[in-house]
Design a protein around this ligand. Structure first.
Ligand code: ATP
Ligand code: ZN
Length: 285
């Protein structure tokens, strides 16, 4: 049986999380030792460790069947590859920033200006869509120092908290694109590779779903059960078990992480006691 080749970043912000995701999916492989390629011992997968910027091309050419990269790198590459799954990590954005003392009047500020970036394709497209004629100055690293040394009037770079911008005397003024880690795939995968990818995607989705949800257990007087069940937006109907204490039951259900605090308050008000919330490792739907 042939193997599915997965390209992930060799060393950088995506590396550890990409490895962690594959491990959470149950894949076992020797990691480290500076190897460029490694084989999974319990799943038909081979892992290639590459620079993230090279991954789109390798996937387009089917050297790797799939890859994990930032959406920003996917968009900038303009390669004929497809996003098959968004992975919810390394969330960031590509933004325009200008020196903080500038009284920023809106996007027209950039007309006739020079903007430094490592993302010329994305930026040029954005300027075109917004009918801005500006000069895009391509530099490969330390973009944030460009305005300070007189190389550009502003920059377009990756932002997450904005602290790097601030420490370089810049302020964020426009979001150009939002990004997160994504899984990309070759557009004409063979049948075998596609089958292995489907299995992997099923596992990834189970892991993702589990992270978005919590398992909740609580005790309730029987008289309050109906009310409490209505508060819980459970997967299906909750499990109810009698407690040794007369007139009380234990109720088990699943709630989504974002509804969690709101629901806890409501449950307490309705008379729930001994509330336990525990993480879920895998969730198969
Ligand atoms: P390489 O040496 O492989 O070319 P790189 O320097 O281009 O690495 P990294 O800095 O490791 O790239 O970032 C990889 C990806 O992580 C980026 O393309 C982006 O999607 C995401 N990323 C970058 N900075 C942040 C951040 N501050 N917060 C969250 N995600 C980020
Ligand atoms: Zn890179």
């Amino acid at each position: 049986m042939s193997k599915l080749k997965i390209a992930i970043q060799k060393s950088g912000r995506l590396s550890q999380k990409s490895v962690a995701l594959l491990e959470e999916c149950g894949l076992k492989f020797p990691n480290g030792g500076g190897k460029l390629i490694t084989e999974c011992t319990n799943f038909p997968v081979e892992i290639l460790f590459l620079r993230d910027d090279d991954i789109p091309q390798y996937v387009e050419q089917n050297v790797a069947h799939i890859g994990i990269i930032g959406e920003n790198v996917f968009l900038e590459s303009e390669k004929a590859i497809t996003i098959v799954e968004k992975l919810n990590f390394s969330v960031c954005r590509l933004s325009l920033a200008v020196p903080k003392e500038i009284d920023y009047p809106g996007i027209n500020f950039f007309k006739g200006k020079k903007v430094a970036t490592s993302y010329p394709n994305i930026l040029q497209k954005y300027f075109k869509e917004n009918r801005i004629e500006a000069t895009v100055e391509v530099i490969s690293g330390s973009v944030e120092i460009a305005p300070g040394i007189g190389l550009a009037d502003g920059i377009c770079d990756i932002v997450s908290s904005g602290s790097t911008l601030l420490s370089n005397g810049l302020k964020e003024v426009e979001t150009v694109v939002k990004s997160q880690a994504v899984m990309v795939a070759n557009q004409t995968l063979g049948e075998e590779a596609q089958q292995i990818l489907n299995k992997l995607l099923f596992r990834i989705r189970s892991v993702q779903k589990a992270k978005e949800n919590k398992y909740i257990l609580l005790n309730s007087p029987n008289s309050q059960l109906e009310k409490i069940i209505q508060i819980l937006p459970g997967m299906n109907s909750p499990t109810i078990l009698p407690l040794a204490k007369d007139g009380w039951s234990s109720l088990h259900s699943v709630i989504s992480e974002d509804k969690f605090w709101y629901v806890i308050d409501e449950l307490k008000k309705a008379g729930a006691e001994g509330i336990l919330v525990v993480p879920i490792e895998k969730m198969i739907l």
